[in-house]
Design a protein around this ligand. Sequence first.
Ligand SMILES: [Zn+2]
Length: 376
Amino acid sequence: MQKETPNIKATYLIKHDNVAHHPLGAASYIFHSELIQHINLHCTKNRIMLHIGTQPNSSPHIGTIINFAVAFFLAANLQQEHKRSVLISLDIVDTAPSEQLTIDGLRYQRSLRFTREMDKYMVDFIEILESLKNRTGVEYQIRTQSEFLGGPHIRSALSEIIRDREVLGPSFSPNTKNLAIRAACPRADCGLADKDGVHNVYLYSDDGSTIEFQCPRHGRFTLSLSDPEHIQQLEFNTPLRNILRAKVFARDPDASWIHVTGADYAGYYQEQLLWRHITPEEALPIFYTPLIVDWSGAKLSKSLYVRNGAYQYLKDNNMDYLVSYKIFKEKGNDLGVVFDEVMDWVKYPYRLFRSYSIAYIDSLFRGDKPSQGISW
Ligand SMILES: [Zn+2]
């Protein structure tokens, strides 16, 4: 059988010395060696919680693995060097869309937890977390969205957000200007949720607020903020989850929380969608992990790979293990390779404030690890 020709449109091959330089800039200039001390000083409560999140809509890719690894190695360092009590907390965003459809011009979705699409991927996430726990000695917990919403301080934080919806709605959803609070239609054979919260009605009574939602097929239904089980059914878009988390974490009397997320959330996103809407007390530290970028410098996207068939060239070059942990395992790759790398980033923090290309990461697995060049 004739081998299919890879769909290669262009190549730009540049011979290089396989030396990775780490020029100092911005944060890496200030925190090039004293990062963990800085984090430790700013976590003044009894315990430290390092928060990570994921949408389990596919087998995790290398960017997600690296995000988790950064959190675990930061935690290990705080635990070992500073004798802090540290726990990793992974929030599973099982309310993320599994199916999306448009009805009468409005967007509706069914969540990952409704369709159970996530079930087949959770085993991969747990395997990675277990490997990281074994490697670092750091414990972790996993929470679904309804478990997160079942915790303390949610109701007061949520009430503040709903009270400020005239400001937050247009900020978080410039198109519809509505707060994207969702709830799945309670009918077991439906589960549709108004993605942008366009038909939501917010009502107030003596025993607290209620939200009226509308299913396009089965009409209106109501959830009350004074009923904890109702609160656990709520779903939010990403900026809403972000601000709710900041408010809830700040209210924890026992633990200092740090959110560890990909560097694509740094900068304008947080400045516009988080910092300007919260009080100084709610401004939790956010640690941004290096992005893994493709040949063009864009972040590697598992969604584009899974849903839109992107990155055929990675497949053709036997590099698709970087986009799916399932393939990573099938090809016999060792998580220890990437853990060793991330451990070095935490040890030499000037290596943490930058992106890494897929070529760089692939070279680690090919046994051709770049040598470390000039830093400052
Ligand atoms: Zn319905």
